[in-house]
Write a protein that binds this ligand. Sequence first.
Ligand code: GLV
Ligand code: GLV
Length: 342
Amino acid sequence: MPKILVCRDIGDKAMALLRAQPDWELVVWPNDSPADARWVEDKVQGCAGMICTLGEKITERIVGAAGDQLKVVSTMSVGVDHVDLHALAKRGIRLGYTPDVLTDAVADCSIMLALMASRCVTPAQSMLRSGTWGTLGWGPYLFCGPQLGAGPTGKQSTVGFLGFGRISQATLVRMAAFGVTHCVYYNSGRVDRTAADAALAAKLGLQSVKRVELPELASTSDVIFTLVPGGKETLHIVDEAFLRRMKKTAVLVNPGRGPIVDTNALIDALKEGWIWGAGLDVIEGEPHIPATHPLLHEPRCVIIPHIGSATIETREAMAMLCAQNLVGGLTEGKIDVEYTLS
Ligand code: GLV
Ligand code: GLV
């Protein structure tokens, strides 16, 4: 009777799929919060499979505590930086994850953050909530920000992407509808995309889509979306030098992972006006962000608590895929969407 550790209840439909496995014994974290690491380490012993979210760190210690029955870990996320991939790989444990189904929701959220940051929604909301709108009234230049796309001047503008995967490309489709004229991106560049980029530009009506190095990405973009995976390789790619190169009118949007952006440098950038504003769905140190955190008090910063994929439809699809990945992996040796551990 395979024992399955469920670090988080992932919703009725997905849980029903797990419970429908005739011989599975589910051990489910009973609370509506990420599972406690000591509980996981204790309960994982003898488990064949495991469901987790990005709220649980799957460390060497936990994988080691599992014993050699553990065959499949299935995470309800596209990001896998909470999982020690090396710990899984060396034991031949397979990993399921949930890309694609969340692409549209995260792209939508990325646009929301870009608009909110550029259009000064944070200070506008504070003013309204403090009851002072009546004294200010409507002002010709009150809470004005830079136009994201062409607008009445038909200006040229450039959208930049750090990472050019599925979510970046879905965000680009949306930005094209705003009338941006150029796209630049930086990726690790193993594949030559020149032809694909030309085709993409033509399809979206852009003048160009082009891979550039980081300094050019920083200096030419009017809005930059950081959509690279988390982890050591991408730690603080957006650092002081990067932020100082950005245009004073540019907006930085981080829908990816907190540690991509050096928080202290970002605080300086906002305080000293190196950039226009920032929109963050993720932040270093999350979820332990005290009310005194400087970014929470920066008027040009919009922060939301890691809810990029949070549409009902998307979260249900992620949960179902997560459950299916585990069921398929354990019963047929086939994980629908498997993360390749190299
Ligand atoms: C969200 O950040 C995810 O990795 O799914
Ligand atoms: C990133 O953009 C992804 O969808 O993997």
